[in-house]
Ligand binder design. Structure first.
Ligand code: IMP
Length: 429
Protein backbone atom coordinates (compact mmCIF):
# COMPACT_ATOMS: atom_id res chain seq x y z
CA UNK A 1 0.00 0.00 0.00
CA UNK A 2 1.35 3.44 -0.91
CA UNK A 3 1.84 6.14 1.69
CA UNK A 4 1.25 9.81 0.98
CA UNK A 5 3.13 12.94 2.08
CA UNK A 6 1.59 16.40 1.88
CA UNK A 7 3.73 19.52 1.80
CA UNK A 8 3.17 23.20 1.00
CA UNK A 9 4.82 24.58 -2.15
CA UNK A 10 4.61 28.32 -1.45
CA UNK A 11 5.00 30.13 1.89
CA UNK A 12 2.46 28.12 3.88
CA UNK A 13 -1.27 28.54 4.44
CA UNK A 14 -2.04 26.84 1.13
CA UNK A 15 -5.09 25.12 2.59
CA UNK A 16 -3.29 21.97 3.72
CA UNK A 17 -5.80 21.44 6.55
CA UNK A 18 -8.69 20.57 4.28
CA UNK A 19 -6.59 18.42 1.96
CA UNK A 20 -4.96 16.60 4.84
CA UNK A 21 -8.38 16.02 6.38
CA UNK A 22 -9.70 14.61 3.08
CA UNK A 23 -6.70 12.29 2.89
CA UNK A 24 -6.79 11.47 6.62
CA UNK A 25 -10.23 9.97 6.22
CA UNK A 26 -8.62 7.47 3.81
CA UNK A 27 -5.51 6.83 5.95
CA UNK A 28 -4.90 4.70 9.06
CA UNK A 29 -2.18 6.83 10.63
CA UNK A 30 -1.36 10.54 10.32
CA UNK A 31 2.14 11.74 11.22
CA UNK A 32 3.65 15.18 11.79
CA UNK A 33 7.37 15.20 10.98
CA UNK A 34 8.56 18.82 11.38
CA UNK A 35 7.62 22.22 12.75
CA UNK A 36 5.68 22.72 15.93
CA UNK A 37 2.72 24.77 17.07
CA UNK A 38 3.69 27.49 14.58
CA UNK A 39 1.55 25.62 12.03
CA UNK A 40 -2.15 26.36 11.71
CA UNK A 41 -4.47 23.82 10.13
CA UNK A 42 -8.18 24.54 9.97
CA UNK A 43 -10.53 21.60 9.50
CA UNK A 44 -14.28 21.79 9.05
CA UNK A 45 -15.90 18.46 9.91
CA UNK A 46 -19.69 18.11 9.98
CA UNK A 47 -20.02 21.88 10.34
CA UNK A 48 -17.63 22.04 13.32
CA UNK A 49 -14.41 24.02 12.87
CA UNK A 50 -11.28 22.59 14.45
CA UNK A 51 -8.11 24.63 14.59
CA UNK A 52 -5.02 22.51 15.05
CA UNK A 53 -1.46 23.68 15.45
CA UNK A 54 0.42 20.73 16.81
CA UNK A 55 -1.79 17.66 16.70
CA UNK A 56 -1.82 15.58 13.52
CA UNK A 57 -5.11 16.23 11.71
CA UNK A 58 -6.03 12.54 11.75
CA UNK A 59 -7.03 12.64 15.44
CA UNK A 60 -10.18 14.55 14.44
CA UNK A 61 -11.08 11.62 12.16
CA UNK A 62 -10.51 8.96 14.81
CA UNK A 63 -7.17 7.90 13.33
CA UNK A 64 -3.92 7.25 15.17
CA UNK A 65 -1.87 10.45 15.30
CA UNK A 66 1.91 10.38 15.59
CA UNK A 67 4.31 13.22 16.34
CA UNK A 68 7.75 12.45 14.97
CA UNK A 69 11.17 13.35 16.33
CA UNK A 70 11.49 16.12 13.71
CA UNK A 71 8.84 18.18 15.52
CA UNK A 72 9.61 20.57 18.39
CA UNK A 73 6.98 20.10 21.07
CA UNK A 74 5.61 22.70 23.47
CA UNK A 75 3.90 20.68 26.24
CA UNK A 76 1.67 23.61 27.25
CA UNK A 77 0.51 24.08 23.67
CA UNK A 78 -0.13 20.34 23.39
CA UNK A 79 -2.29 20.17 26.52
CA UNK A 80 -4.12 23.38 25.59
CA UNK A 81 -5.00 21.93 22.19
CA UNK A 82 -6.11 18.65 23.76
CA UNK A 83 -8.31 20.62 26.21
CA UNK A 84 -9.92 22.61 23.37
CA UNK A 85 -10.69 19.39 21.48
CA UNK A 86 -12.17 17.88 24.64
CA UNK A 87 -14.54 20.86 24.87
CA UNK A 88 -15.53 20.05 21.29
CA UNK A 89 -16.24 16.44 22.29
CA UNK A 90 -13.02 14.80 21.09
CA UNK A 91 -10.83 12.80 23.46
CA UNK A 92 -7.09 12.76 22.74
CA UNK A 93 -4.84 10.56 24.85
CA UNK A 94 -2.12 7.93 24.52
CA UNK A 95 -4.70 5.62 22.90
CA UNK A 96 -4.79 7.82 19.77
CA UNK A 97 -1.67 9.99 20.01
CA UNK A 98 1.93 8.85 20.35
CA UNK A 99 4.94 11.15 20.46
CA UNK A 100 8.50 10.15 19.56
CA UNK A 101 10.61 9.71 22.67
CA UNK A 102 13.38 11.76 21.10
CA UNK A 103 11.23 14.82 20.37
CA UNK A 104 12.87 18.04 21.64
CA UNK A 105 10.74 20.11 24.00
CA UNK A 106 9.97 23.81 23.75
CA UNK A 107 10.40 25.41 27.18
CA UNK A 108 9.29 28.91 28.27
CA UNK A 109 12.78 30.23 27.58
CA UNK A 110 12.41 29.48 23.86
CA UNK A 111 9.55 31.89 23.05
CA UNK A 112 11.22 34.43 25.36
CA UNK A 113 14.41 34.31 23.28
CA UNK A 114 12.45 34.22 20.00
CA UNK A 115 10.59 37.44 20.92
CA UNK A 116 13.61 39.21 22.42
CA UNK A 117 15.59 38.55 19.26
CA UNK A 118 12.79 39.69 16.98
CA UNK A 119 12.47 42.90 19.01
CA UNK A 120 16.22 43.47 18.73
CA UNK A 121 16.08 43.03 14.95
CA UNK A 122 13.57 45.87 14.70
CA UNK A 123 12.84 46.66 11.04
CA UNK A 124 14.78 43.58 9.93
CA UNK A 125 12.68 41.13 11.93
CA UNK A 126 11.88 37.73 10.39
CA UNK A 127 8.25 37.98 11.45
CA UNK A 128 8.33 34.69 13.37
CA UNK A 129 5.28 33.33 15.15
CA UNK A 130 7.10 34.07 18.43
CA UNK A 131 6.52 30.51 19.63
CA UNK A 132 10.13 29.58 20.23
CA UNK A 133 10.45 27.33 17.18
CA UNK A 134 13.82 28.68 16.01
CA UNK A 135 15.52 28.65 19.44
CA UNK A 136 14.22 25.11 20.09
CA UNK A 137 15.72 23.81 16.84
CA UNK A 138 18.96 25.65 17.63
CA UNK A 139 19.16 23.79 20.94
CA UNK A 140 18.51 20.48 19.20
CA UNK A 141 21.34 21.02 16.72
CA UNK A 142 23.49 22.50 19.51
CA UNK A 143 22.98 19.22 21.43
CA UNK A 144 21.50 20.99 24.43
CA UNK A 145 17.82 20.18 23.92
CA UNK A 146 15.70 18.54 26.58
CA UNK A 147 13.91 15.71 24.86
CA UNK A 148 10.72 13.92 25.85
CA UNK A 149 12.61 10.85 27.06
CA UNK A 150 14.65 13.03 29.46
CA UNK A 151 11.55 13.57 31.58
CA UNK A 152 12.07 10.02 32.90
CA UNK A 153 15.55 10.94 34.20
CA UNK A 154 15.48 13.76 36.81
CA UNK A 155 19.32 13.83 37.00
CA UNK A 156 19.54 14.32 33.25
CA UNK A 157 17.05 17.16 33.46
CA UNK A 158 19.08 18.89 36.13
CA UNK A 159 22.31 18.47 34.20
CA UNK A 160 20.82 19.63 30.91
CA UNK A 161 19.11 22.64 32.46
CA UNK A 162 22.48 23.90 33.69
CA UNK A 163 23.84 23.83 30.16
CA UNK A 164 20.67 25.26 28.68
CA UNK A 165 20.52 28.15 31.13
CA UNK A 166 24.18 29.02 30.67
CA UNK A 167 23.47 29.43 26.97
CA UNK A 168 20.07 31.13 27.14
CA UNK A 169 20.70 33.47 30.04
CA UNK A 170 23.89 34.72 28.35
CA UNK A 171 21.86 35.58 25.27
CA UNK A 172 18.90 37.01 27.18
CA UNK A 173 21.23 39.15 29.26
CA UNK A 174 22.86 40.50 26.09
CA UNK A 175 19.42 41.34 24.74
CA UNK A 176 18.36 43.02 27.97
CA UNK A 177 15.54 40.50 28.57
CA UNK A 178 14.56 38.88 31.92
CA UNK A 179 16.60 35.78 32.85
CA UNK A 180 15.36 32.32 33.85
CA UNK A 181 16.04 30.41 37.07
CA UNK A 182 16.70 26.71 37.20
CA UNK A 183 14.44 25.52 40.01
CA UNK A 184 11.08 26.68 38.61
CA UNK A 185 11.95 25.13 35.23
CA UNK A 186 12.99 21.88 36.86
CA UNK A 187 9.82 21.78 38.98
CA UNK A 188 7.75 22.41 35.89
CA UNK A 189 9.42 19.60 33.95
CA UNK A 190 9.09 17.16 36.85
CA UNK A 191 5.40 18.01 37.12
CA UNK A 192 4.95 17.52 33.38
CA UNK A 193 6.63 14.11 33.35
CA UNK A 194 3.67 11.97 34.54
CA UNK A 195 1.30 13.72 32.11
CA UNK A 196 3.57 13.67 29.07
CA UNK A 197 5.52 10.41 29.36
CA UNK A 198 2.47 8.17 28.72
CA UNK A 199 2.43 9.57 25.17
CA UNK A 200 6.11 8.69 24.55
CA UNK A 201 6.71 5.89 22.07
CA UNK A 202 9.22 4.63 19.50
CA UNK A 203 7.44 6.21 16.55
CA UNK A 204 9.94 4.70 14.11
CA UNK A 205 8.96 1.22 15.30
CA UNK A 206 5.22 1.94 15.14
CA UNK A 207 5.71 3.07 11.55
CA UNK A 208 7.80 0.02 10.65
CA UNK A 209 5.09 -2.26 12.01
CA UNK A 210 2.39 -0.27 10.22
CA UNK A 211 4.31 -0.62 7.00
CA UNK A 212 4.63 -4.40 7.38
CA UNK A 213 0.90 -4.61 8.06
CA UNK A 214 0.14 -2.62 4.89
CA UNK A 215 -1.46 0.26 6.76
CA UNK A 216 -1.88 3.62 5.05
CA UNK A 217 0.28 6.38 6.46
CA UNK A 218 -0.18 10.07 5.77
CA UNK A 219 2.79 12.35 6.44
CA UNK A 220 1.43 15.80 7.24
CA UNK A 221 3.85 18.59 6.42
CA UNK A 222 3.64 22.02 8.02
CA UNK A 223 4.72 25.39 6.55
CA UNK A 224 6.07 25.06 2.99
CA UNK A 225 9.10 24.67 0.73
CA UNK A 226 9.75 28.42 0.45
CA UNK A 227 9.98 28.49 4.27
CA UNK A 228 12.42 25.54 4.34
CA UNK A 229 15.56 26.40 6.32
CA UNK A 230 17.82 25.20 3.48
CA UNK A 231 15.77 25.81 0.37
CA UNK A 232 13.50 28.71 1.24
CA UNK A 233 13.91 32.49 1.14
CA UNK A 234 16.57 32.43 3.87
CA UNK A 235 16.75 34.04 6.42
CA UNK A 236 12.99 34.70 6.13
CA UNK A 237 12.17 31.05 6.74
CA UNK A 238 11.22 28.70 9.54
CA UNK A 239 13.87 26.56 11.24
CA UNK A 240 13.03 23.10 9.92
CA UNK A 241 13.23 21.26 6.62
CA UNK A 242 9.74 21.35 5.18
CA UNK A 243 10.49 19.24 2.10
CA UNK A 244 9.03 15.74 1.78
CA UNK A 245 12.46 14.15 2.30
CA UNK A 246 12.30 15.24 5.92
CA UNK A 247 9.32 12.93 6.49
CA UNK A 248 11.98 10.17 6.62
CA UNK A 249 14.48 11.81 9.00
CA UNK A 250 11.71 13.44 11.02
CA UNK A 251 10.01 10.14 11.89
CA UNK A 252 12.60 7.39 11.46
CA UNK A 253 11.66 5.65 8.22
CA UNK A 254 13.62 5.06 5.03
CA UNK A 255 13.15 7.50 2.14
CA UNK A 256 11.47 4.79 0.05
CA UNK A 257 8.57 4.59 2.52
CA UNK A 258 7.33 8.13 1.95
CA UNK A 259 5.29 7.23 -1.13
CA UNK A 260 3.41 9.75 -3.21
CA UNK A 261 4.24 13.40 -2.52
CA UNK A 262 1.44 15.91 -2.96
CA UNK A 263 2.34 19.59 -3.08
CA UNK A 264 -0.36 22.02 -2.08
CA UNK A 265 -0.53 25.30 -3.97
CA UNK A 266 -3.02 28.11 -3.72
CA UNK A 267 -4.32 29.34 -7.10
CA UNK A 268 -2.63 32.64 -6.17
CA UNK A 269 0.13 33.35 -3.61
CA UNK A 270 0.17 34.51 0.01
CA UNK A 271 2.81 35.07 2.63
CA UNK A 272 2.84 36.07 6.29
CA UNK A 273 5.86 37.60 7.98
CA UNK A 274 8.69 39.45 6.29
CA UNK A 275 10.74 38.48 3.27
CA UNK A 276 10.78 38.66 -0.51
CA UNK A 277 7.55 38.12 -2.44
CA UNK A 278 8.05 38.99 -6.12
CA UNK A 279 4.39 38.74 -7.17
CA UNK A 280 2.97 40.63 -4.19
CA UNK A 281 0.08 42.97 -5.02
CA UNK A 282 -0.26 46.04 -2.84
CA UNK A 283 -3.15 47.38 -4.93
CA UNK A 284 -6.92 46.80 -4.95
CA UNK A 285 -6.54 43.35 -6.52
CA UNK A 286 -4.28 42.27 -3.66
CA UNK A 287 -6.85 43.59 -1.20
CA UNK A 288 -9.64 41.74 -3.02
CA UNK A 289 -7.75 38.43 -2.91
CA UNK A 290 -7.13 38.94 0.81
CA UNK A 291 -10.78 39.65 1.58
CA UNK A 292 -12.26 36.92 -0.63
CA UNK A 293 -9.69 34.38 0.48
CA UNK A 294 -10.07 35.37 4.16
CA UNK A 295 -6.33 35.68 4.35
CA UNK A 296 -5.70 35.91 8.08
CA UNK A 297 -3.25 33.55 9.81
CA UNK A 298 -4.80 30.73 11.90
CA UNK A 299 -2.00 30.95 14.45
CA UNK A 300 -1.16 34.62 14.60
CA UNK A 301 -4.29 36.30 13.18
CA UNK A 302 -1.93 38.40 11.08
CA UNK A 303 -3.04 39.64 7.67
CA UNK A 304 -1.44 37.67 4.83
CA UNK A 305 0.22 39.47 1.95
CA UNK A 306 -1.40 38.45 -1.37
CA UNK A 307 -0.24 38.25 -4.99
CA UNK A 308 -0.45 36.45 -8.33
CA UNK A 309 0.42 32.79 -8.79
CA UNK A 310 4.19 32.39 -9.12
CA UNK A 311 4.83 29.41 -11.38
CA UNK A 312 8.61 29.85 -11.27
CA UNK A 313 8.52 29.62 -7.47
CA UNK A 314 6.21 26.60 -7.40
CA UNK A 315 8.26 24.85 -10.09
CA UNK A 316 11.33 25.30 -7.88
CA UNK A 317 9.39 23.96 -4.87
CA UNK A 318 8.10 20.98 -6.87
CA UNK A 319 11.63 20.05 -7.93
CA UNK A 320 13.26 20.53 -4.54
CA UNK A 321 10.36 19.09 -2.57
CA UNK A 322 10.05 15.96 -4.68
CA UNK A 323 6.42 16.71 -5.52
CA UNK A 324 4.64 14.15 -7.73
CA UNK A 325 1.39 16.03 -8.10
CA UNK A 326 -0.21 19.31 -7.12
CA UNK A 327 -3.33 20.03 -5.16
CA UNK A 328 -4.63 23.41 -6.26
CA UNK A 329 -6.73 25.23 -3.67
CA UNK A 330 -8.93 28.34 -3.54
CA UNK A 331 -9.49 28.61 -7.27
CA UNK A 332 -12.87 30.20 -6.51
CA UNK A 333 -11.14 33.28 -5.03
CA UNK A 334 -10.17 34.21 -8.61
CA UNK A 335 -13.78 34.02 -9.88
CA UNK A 336 -14.86 37.17 -11.73
CA UNK A 337 -11.42 38.71 -12.22
CA UNK A 338 -11.21 39.98 -15.82
CA UNK A 339 -7.66 38.70 -16.32
CA UNK A 340 -5.11 36.71 -14.38
CA UNK A 341 -1.36 36.88 -14.29
CA UNK A 342 1.07 34.02 -13.77
CA UNK A 343 4.72 34.71 -13.02
CA UNK A 344 6.99 32.71 -15.34
CA UNK A 345 10.36 34.01 -14.13
CA UNK A 346 12.12 37.13 -12.89
CA UNK A 347 14.05 40.03 -14.26
CA UNK A 348 17.15 41.04 -12.34
CA UNK A 349 19.75 43.54 -13.57
CA UNK A 350 18.56 43.19 -17.18
CA UNK A 351 18.70 39.39 -17.09
CA UNK A 352 15.86 36.86 -17.19
CA UNK A 353 15.99 34.29 -14.38
CA UNK A 354 13.84 31.14 -14.40
CA UNK A 355 14.40 30.61 -10.67
CA UNK A 356 14.67 32.72 -7.54
CA UNK A 357 18.33 33.57 -6.82
CA UNK A 358 19.64 32.43 -3.40
CA UNK A 359 20.96 35.68 -1.86
CA UNK A 360 18.58 37.95 0.06
CA UNK A 361 19.21 41.23 -1.73
CA UNK A 362 18.97 39.61 -5.15
CA UNK A 363 15.71 37.92 -4.09
CA UNK A 364 14.30 41.24 -2.93
CA UNK A 365 15.26 42.93 -6.22
CA UNK A 366 13.63 40.33 -8.51
CA UNK A 367 10.91 41.76 -10.74
CA UNK A 368 8.26 39.26 -11.84
CA UNK A 369 7.80 38.51 -15.54
CA UNK A 370 4.15 37.76 -16.23
CA UNK A 371 2.04 35.91 -18.70
CA UNK A 372 -1.58 37.13 -18.84
CA UNK A 373 -4.55 34.78 -19.14
CA UNK A 374 -8.25 35.54 -19.48
CA UNK A 375 -10.33 35.28 -16.32
CA UNK A 376 -13.79 33.71 -16.04
CA UNK A 377 -17.08 35.26 -15.05
CA UNK A 378 -19.01 32.26 -13.71
CA UNK A 379 -18.46 30.67 -10.30
CA UNK A 380 -16.13 27.74 -9.70
CA UNK A 381 -17.13 27.48 -6.05
CA UNK A 382 -18.23 24.02 -5.03
CA UNK A 383 -17.45 22.44 -8.42
CA UNK A 384 -16.98 18.68 -8.11
CA UNK A 385 -15.81 17.84 -11.64
CA UNK A 386 -13.80 19.49 -14.40
CA UNK A 387 -16.98 19.55 -16.51
CA UNK A 388 -18.46 22.06 -14.02
CA UNK A 389 -15.55 24.49 -14.48
CA UNK A 390 -15.56 27.35 -17.02
CA UNK A 391 -13.23 26.74 -19.97
CA UNK A 392 -10.93 29.62 -18.89
CA UNK A 393 -10.49 28.09 -15.45
CA UNK A 394 -9.48 24.76 -17.02
CA UNK A 395 -7.06 26.68 -19.27
CA UNK A 396 -5.57 28.41 -16.20
CA UNK A 397 -5.05 25.02 -14.48
CA UNK A 398 -3.51 23.44 -17.60
CA UNK A 399 -1.09 26.36 -17.98
CA UNK A 400 -0.04 26.00 -14.35
CA UNK A 401 0.63 22.30 -14.94
CA UNK A 402 2.81 23.09 -17.97
CA UNK A 403 4.77 25.84 -16.27
CA UNK A 404 5.24 24.02 -12.97
CA UNK A 405 6.00 20.64 -14.51
CA UNK A 406 3.61 18.62 -12.35
CA UNK A 407 0.03 17.42 -12.87
CA UNK A 408 -2.81 18.85 -10.81
CA UNK A 409 -4.04 15.70 -9.07
CA UNK A 410 -6.65 17.35 -6.88
CA UNK A 411 -8.56 20.59 -6.93
CA UNK A 412 -10.26 22.15 -3.93
CA UNK A 413 -13.15 24.44 -4.80
CA UNK A 414 -14.48 25.52 -1.38
CA UNK A 415 -13.65 25.04 2.31
CA UNK A 416 -16.12 22.12 2.37
CA UNK A 417 -14.22 18.83 2.37
CA UNK A 418 -16.49 17.30 -0.25
CA UNK A 419 -15.96 20.13 -2.73
CA UNK A 420 -12.87 18.43 -4.02
CA UNK A 421 -12.07 17.20 -7.49
CA UNK A 422 -9.73 14.22 -7.16
CA UNK A 423 -8.48 12.69 -10.34
CA UNK A 424 -7.36 9.53 -8.54
CA UNK A 425 -7.01 8.09 -5.04
CA UNK A 426 -3.51 9.15 -3.91
CA UNK A 427 -3.26 6.07 -1.69
CA UNK A 428 -3.80 3.76 -4.67
CA UNK A 429 -0.06 4.07 -5.38
P1 IMP B 1 8.77 30.60 12.96
O1 IMP B 1 8.46 29.28 12.31
O2 IMP B 1 7.81 30.97 14.06
O3 IMP B 1 10.20 30.71 13.38
O4 IMP B 1 8.56 31.76 11.84
C1 IMP B 1 9.44 31.87 10.74
C2 IMP B 1 8.69 32.28 9.49
O5 IMP B 1 7.83 31.23 9.08
C3 IMP B 1 7.78 33.50 9.65
O6 IMP B 1 7.75 34.23 8.45
C4 IMP B 1 6.42 32.90 9.90
O7 IMP B 1 5.38 33.78 9.54
C5 IMP B 1 6.48 31.70 8.98
N1 IMP B 1 5.59 30.60 9.38
C6 IMP B 1 5.77 29.71 10.38
N2 IMP B 1 4.74 28.85 10.42
C7 IMP B 1 3.92 29.18 9.42
C8 IMP B 1 2.68 28.62 8.94
O8 IMP B 1 2.14 27.63 9.41
N3 IMP B 1 2.14 29.26 7.86
C9 IMP B 1 2.72 30.32 7.27
N4 IMP B 1 3.86 30.87 7.67
C10 IMP B 1 4.46 30.30 8.74
Amino acid sequence: MANVAVIGTQWGDEGKGKVVDWLASRADIVVRFQGGHNAGHTLVVDGVTYKLSLLPSGVVRGKLGLIGNGVVLDPDALFAEIATLREQGLEVGPHNLRIAETTPLILPLHPALDRAREAARGQDKIGTTGRGIGPAYEDKVGRRAIRLCDLAEPETLSFKLDELLLHHNSLLKGLGAPLFEKQPLLDRLLALAPRLLPFAAPVWEILAEARSAGRRVLFEGAQAVMLDVDHGTYPYVTSSNTVAGNAAAGTGIGPGAIGLVLGIAKAYTTRVGSGPFPTELTDATGQLLGERGREFGTVTGRRRRCGWFDAALVRQAVTIGGVDGLVLTKLDVLDGLPELKICIGYRLGGQFLHRLPPAMRAQAACEPVYETLPGWSSSTRGARSYAELPAEAVKYIRRIEELVGAPVMMLSTSPDRDDTIALRDPFAG
